[in-house]
Design a binder for this molecule. Structure first.
Ligand code: HSE
Length: 323
């Protein structure tokens, strides 16, 4: 069976979830693809962490070149998070002829043109499904089966951490601080959860969606963004008394030749489908001029749902390069 060698940059929550997804489903993946996918090298400093996967000390390295310059590695998975050194590593990997998969919305949103350009220039594949909506295959949907449409609107809940916090406050009366701690403990939050609660993570994801759906580059810093840090239990109780919930909503909508966009906490009436999207789940409404309205729903954060999306991209690339 043909072997595809993979280098993994970062084995934190998502790196571990990705490794575990492959470990859990290796036999099935091999049977479906006829390929043996192997993560041969892992760039990671924290070797002591309990990960509940089978990994040997020889797989770990602290030297990026062991992956980025390794002639036998076909695909690099970048799961370091943050804009740098992640972007530089991805560009180097592409320059060295490696295909790249990432879940890093901050790096993709900040350097979309550079990364896409480098992939084209080096004739490698670059995929980032896990960067938006965790396990929901929204980027694939927008760029493949829905491609016959002109998109009119994208609206949704794109951050698991804040949706979890708002759910816990509304349904369990939990404090904001306790709910955030619980989201962190479950591996939903970013390393610095400021990006989640201030709405920047959603702005990154919306910027990526706008690029793919509307063909327009709107840097995340240009998206009007408000997070949930100002929301009090009183606001949540008022929303409930008014027959609804507060949700952190991202919106991009055609308005004539213009595009309107923004991220902000929004009142959602209880009879609206987005009101039923709770915990770390995300949901994305898409309106296309042929298909009409669609809604995508699933876990938007967490090691295994995100690992599922990362491995989906890896498998697609492994198949494409083995044809
Ligand atoms: N911190 C992110 C979230 C992870 O909570 O949605 C998934 O992108």
């Amino acid at each position: 069976m043909k072997q595809i060698k993979i280098g993994l940059l970062g084995m934190g929550n998502i790196g571990t979830g990705t490794y575990k997804t492959l470990e859990m489903n290796r036999a099935r993946i091999s049977a479906n693809t006829g390929l043996d996918l192997v993560i041969t090298k892992i760039l990671e400093k924290d070797l002591a962490r309990e990960r509940d996967v089978t990994v040997t000390p020889e797989q770990f390295t602290q030297e990026p070149a062991d992956i980025l310059e390794a002639p036998d590695i076909d695909i690099v998975i970048e799961l370091l998070g943050g804009i740098e050194p992640a972007t530089g590593f991805m560009l180097t990997a592409m320059h060295n002829g490696k295909h790249v998969v990432t879940a890093n919305k901050a790096a993709v949103a900040a350097n979309y043109d550079r990364l896409m350009g480098a992939a084209r220039a080096n004739r490698v594949l670059f995929r980032f499904e896990a960067s938006v909506g965790g396990g929901i295959p929204i980027l694939n949907a927008l760029t493949s089966p829905l491609l016959a449409n002109e998109y009119e609107e994208i609206r949704g809940i794109l951050n698991g951490t804040t949706n979890y916090i708002l759910t816990m406050m509304a349904e369990r009366g939990m404090s904001y601080e306790d709910a955030l701690k619980s989201a962190q403990a479950q591996g939903f939050a970013e390393a610095d959860p400021t990006a989640d609660v201030e709405g920047h993570d959603v702005a990154n994801k919306l910027s990526i969606l706008i690029s793919l759906a509307f063909g327009k580059r709107v840097p995340p810093g240009d998206i009007p963004t408000a997070g949930i840090t100002g929301i009090t239990m009183r606001d949540i109780e008022k929303a409930a008394a008014d027959g609804g919930k507060l949700k952190l909503i991202a919106l991009a909508k055609k308005a004539g030749d213009d595009l309107e966009y923004g991220v902000k906490p929004t009142f959602v009436a209880n009879d609206h489908p987005l009101a039923g999207v709770n915990n770390e789940f995300n949901a994305i409404f898409v309106k296309g001029n042929a298909v009409g309205e669609l809604m995508f729903y699933g876990k938007g954060a967490g090691p295994l749902p995100t690992g599922s999306a990362v491995m989906g991209d890896v498998i697609e690339i492994a198949r494409a390069i083995s044809l």
